[in-house]
Design a protein around this ligand. Structure first.
Ligand code: ATP
Length: 901
């Protein structure tokens, strides 16, 4: 479409787009347009396709060497060997493909879950749609914290500001309006247009979509975005390094074996095939896929526990979290408010009733009071409902709040006095609004009342009280004295100590005051010389599960820090109830933080558990201070202005329900139920996933080392090779492949939150793992070589029979070891044999397969083995148990030693 929208008037724009400025598009029309214009998204360069993924399985060098080996076998007349190698290569590729495909699908499903949303009007109703569904002609509704979903022409704007940095690089917010502009106005100055990818920093607006997807301004520079994100997590990068290292080590050892073998006079072709197969078996090429699966499936489990991870990398960071900074309202508390106490010039009222139900009575002492008989109480309730954006609706017969729960509770209180929102709208039509934000801590709505514009103001008591000069009493309006002020501050503390959130409410006729809904600075003129009406104390009980989650954090060595915009006394009361803070402990308030420089704040943060009356700026400073101490910090937030702190934190967490799109965009994780307990659950999962990856790595390395040492030992000792190429490939598929898969999806150790967080510097491949791997490998190799030598030299069996014994003993050793590999500390009987049913079944199937190759004639020929007797079977299993038994004994001894230490 053409690019001269800024020149047209709003009405012309609507005409040209064939849309309605009030009703928006019809659903039918929107569908047709969607079919015509397609999804509203930028096409990213890469797309995943199953075929590409399948082909990529064959890209590895080892696979090609193996294929070459197969070809050589066939050429030399070893057709069966050749075919068998190819069959195993294909099987390996298919398994690899299935793993990756599953991981990719899981990742794509997650991407859909985290898709941004926006509000639009269709068929005259306001609804939330995913951004990809937006079409040209759609009527968008925008407010602070929204991401602009497409390029659009503004048709209504109130104090509307947009951050256009993604498009223009200018980080200062730009004020927008609706007037038409000259044709040659450059993009950055098109103040009546808003663009995809930018974000709303303040005010509200309506706009008509003119272009979507690749047709937008951002679409045109989409290439800039493509290079932005690399999907690899630090863990995956670390593993890639580990993989390269192992590859080199394997090739080194295999070459050594090859050289020694030639020297020992082993037939070169046999040696070549064995060396190639050994390399294939020893290199844990399945590791990256196993890691992706562990991450992706773990992330899906997190979704069930209400944590949506946007970047896989955060999973491991989550596991290392040392500090969780959380806000209070709705996260630690229910976020379901009820007005409990009202304070006016002369009285303290108690309000009865439950939740958002609109039945309740006002008591002053023990005397029932009707608001219609007390003008000051009536005025307080009316102003509370007038300065309000929430709505009450009935859902399944229950009164429910749409909008901010604080405002909902005020509406409910007003309804208890028969003051309804609809009556207010008809009697006092709304003229303008100065929206609430947590930095201003107040909000004003201007309405026409008694032939004058009136401002109705509510907000944090200290903020509103400092702007009041008058007070309304039952006798009329009079000057607000210092005594009144002190009384109200005392009342405020009294209510806050009861864990109530307190708001002060005021009003003012705007006679002779200039106000302009679209202008700036109007709040300075309007929100002063106010008439104080009183205080409202709202109850917001702590969540039951939050207390448990806080104590879980304590056990897990994670500090919980509450950061709230609320009053320090309210914050302390809730903090005490949840066990975050002790009664006498200091609550640091925003104003105090202002007096600390960064170094002083860094000294203070480890000793503070509750912050109150903070702004977004303070949150950012708190995160920075924590970071400076070297801690891994998780930070929650919901508002637009929390986005910088969320970005700065090691793990930024946005609230799914109350969070704005901008915050979600900045976050690594979204908590879909806004619940603190879900954050802790995510940390638990994060630790579990890391554990699973670490144990799978340790297990695979143990197997590889075992195989390498068996072959190395044999050539050093001058024995014939104990394992045939097919044996090695089989082990690679059976023990390494399947058992590792089951390990990577092991259920989380229930004690995972009973130990301190992992150190930030800890590497996957460390000295401890190196020694453990060597020890495990030596055990497996000793057992295998022992069996081989015993069969060959003591019993005097044929080389085929000796090989069979060595092969089966190594397979059984590997399979049984998987049960012990599930935990570094806990012994098998503590973990439970059946607690990972998948592993149990896989081991059972692998045992059966091992039996099958001994009894199915065709496979017998292929693997060069004969059927086994029960006696042999029992002996092999017994031998296979030895490494497991020794490794478990080692755990018992280490645990004992730790206990006595
Ligand atoms: P958090 O969610 O971070 O725990 P909070 O929700 O308690 O913080 P804010 O939303 O920043 O904090 O609110 C700070 C103060 O502003 C409140 O204590 C209250 O006095 C006042 N306030 C809250 N909501 C409104 C509103 N809708 N209108 C006017 N004032 C409000």
């Amino acid at each position: 479409m053409m690019h001269t929208w800024h020149k047209l008037s709003a009405i012309e724009t609507a005409g040209l787009l064939a849309t309605d400025m009030e009703q928006g598009l019809s659903t039918e029309d929107a569908k047709k347009r969607f079919a015509r214009y397609g999804q509203n998204k930028l096409h990213k360069g890469k797309r995943f396709s199953a075929l590409v993924m399948l082909i990529s399985q064959f890209k590895s060098l080892v696979i090609w060497v193996l294929m070459g080996a197969a070809a050589v076998s066939v050429a030399l007349g070893e057709v069966i060997d050749g075919i068998a190698i190819i069959a195993i290569v294909i099987l390996n590729a298919v398994i690899g493909f299935l793993q990756e495909y599953r991981a990719e699908k899981a990742a794509a499903a997650l991407a859909r879950l985290t898709a941004p949303h926006c509000r639009a009007v269709r068929d005259g109703h306001s609804l939330v749609i995913t951004t990809t569904e937006v079409v040209p002609g759609d009527l968008l509704l925008l407010e602070a914290g929204d991401l602009v979903a497409a390029d659009a022409r503004l048709i209504q704007a109130s104090v509307f500001r947009v951050n256009e940095a993604p498009l223009t690089g200018e980080s200062q917010a730009v004020a927008k309006f609706t007037d038409s502009l000259a044709l040659d106005t450059p993009l950055a100055e098109r103040r009546n247009m808003i663009f995809l990818g930018t974000s709303v920093t303040g005010g509200s607006a309506r706009a008509l979509v003119v272009n979507t997807g690749m047709e937008t301004e951002l679409g045109r520079i989409a290439k800039l975005l493509e290079s932005a994100e690399s999907g690899e997590t630090p863990l995956q990068r670390q593993l890639e390094r580990v993989g390269r290292l192992l590859l080199m080590a394997c090739f080194g050892i295999v070459s050594l074996i090859f050289g020694l073998g030639i020297w020992r006079g082993i037939e070169p072709f046999e040696l070549f095939l064995s060396s190639v197969s050994l390399a294939v078996a020893a290199i844990p090429e399945g590791l990256p896929a196993v890691v992706t699966i562990a991450l992706a499936l773990g992330v899906q489990r997190m979704v069930q526990r209400h944590a949506l991870v946007r970047r896989l990398a955060s999973v491991e960071t989550l596991g290392r979290a040392q500090v969780i900074c959380t806000d209070k309202t709705g996260t630690l508390t229910m976020g379901e408010m009820t007005a409990r106490k009202l304070v006016t010039s002369q009285n303290l009222y108690r309000v009865t009733g439950e939740g958002y139900a609109t039945e309740g009575t006002f008591f002053s002492g023990n005397v029932e009071n009707s608001p219609s008989e007390s003008p000051e109480l009536f005025a307080l309730l009316r102003a509370s409902a007038a300065c309000n954006d929430a709505e009450l609706t009935l859902i399944d017969g229950r009164s429910t709040v749409v909008g901010d729960p604080t405002e909902g509770a005020l509406l409910v209180a007003a309804e208890k006095a028969n003051i309804t929102r609809s009556a207010i709208e008809t009697e006092m039509p709304r003229l303008a609004v100065i929206p609430f934000d947590s930095d201003r801590k107040r909000m004003s709505v201007i309405r026409r009342h008694a032939n004058l514009p009136w401002a109705f103001v509510k907000g944090a008591p200290e903020v509103v009280l400092s702007r009041c000069t008058l007070i309304r009493t039952d006798q009329g309006v009079r000057t607000l004295t210092e005594i009144d002020r002190t009384r109200f501050f005392q009342a405020n503390r009294l209510l806050a100590n009861d864990a109530l959130r307190v708001l002060a409410v005021a009003e003012r006729p705007l006679e002779g005051v200039h106000f302009d809904a679209g202008g700036f600075g109007s709040d300075v003129e309007i929100e002063q010389q106010l008439i104080l009406l009183g205080l409202v104390g709202l109850q917001d009980p702590p969540r039951g599960e939050a207390r448990e989650a806080v104590s879980k954090c304590k056990r897990a060595g994670i500090k919980t820090v509450m950061i709230t915009g609320d009053h320090p006394d309210t914050a302390r009361a809730i903090g005490c109830e949840l066990g975050i803070i002790d009664k006498g402990d200091k609550v640091l308030i925003g104003a105090e933080i202002d007096h600390l420089d960064d170094a002083e704040l860094k000294e203070r943060v480890p000793h503070v558990s509750v912050y109150a009356r903070v702004t977004a700026e303070h949150k950012l400073r708190i995160v920075r201070a924590w970071k400076a101490t070297g801690a891994v910090v998780a930070m929650t937030g919901d508002g637009v202005n929390d986005a910088p702190a969320i970005k700065e934190a090691a793990i930024g967490i946005a609230m799914g329900i109350t969070g704005t799109e901008v915050t979600k965009e900045a976050a690594d994780m979204i908590v879909t139920d806004d619940n603190f307990a879900s954050i802790v659950a995510a940390v638990e999962e994060g630790r579990g996933i890391y554990d699973n990856i670490a144990k799978t790595l340790a297990y695979l390395l143990g197997s590889s080392t075992g195989e390498l040492l068996v072959m190395l030992g044999a050539v050093i000792l001058g024995w014939p090779l104990p394992l045939l190429p097919l044996h090695l490939l089989w082990i690679n598929l059976v023990t390494d492949g399947f058992a590792a898969l089951a390990l990577s999806t092991d259920p989380i150790d229930p004690g995972v939150l009973n130990r301190p967080p992992r150190q930030a510097q800890s590497q996957l491949l460390n000295r401890h793992l190196f020694y453990l791997t060597l020890f495990t490998g030596l055990l497996a190799a000793s057992v295998t070589l022992g069996v081989f030598a015993y069969e060959l030299h003591v019993v005097g069996n044929s080389i085929d029979q000796a090989r069979d014994a060595a092969f089966t003993a190594l397979v059984i050793t590997g399979l049984l070891r998987a049960f012990g590999a599930r935990s570094e500390q806990r012994v098998i009987w503590q973990i439970g044999l059946f607690s990972n049913l998948r592993l149990f079944l896989i081991v059972a199937v692998c045992f059966s397969l091992q039996l099958a190759i001994h009894h199915i004639p065709m496979l017998q020929t292929l693997f060069q083995i004969k059927s086994v007797s029960l006696h042999q079977c029992v002996v092999w299993i017994g031998v296979g148990f030895i490494p497991l038994a020794i490794l478990e004994l080692r755990k018992v001894l280490l645990n004992r030693a730790k206990k006595f230490a």
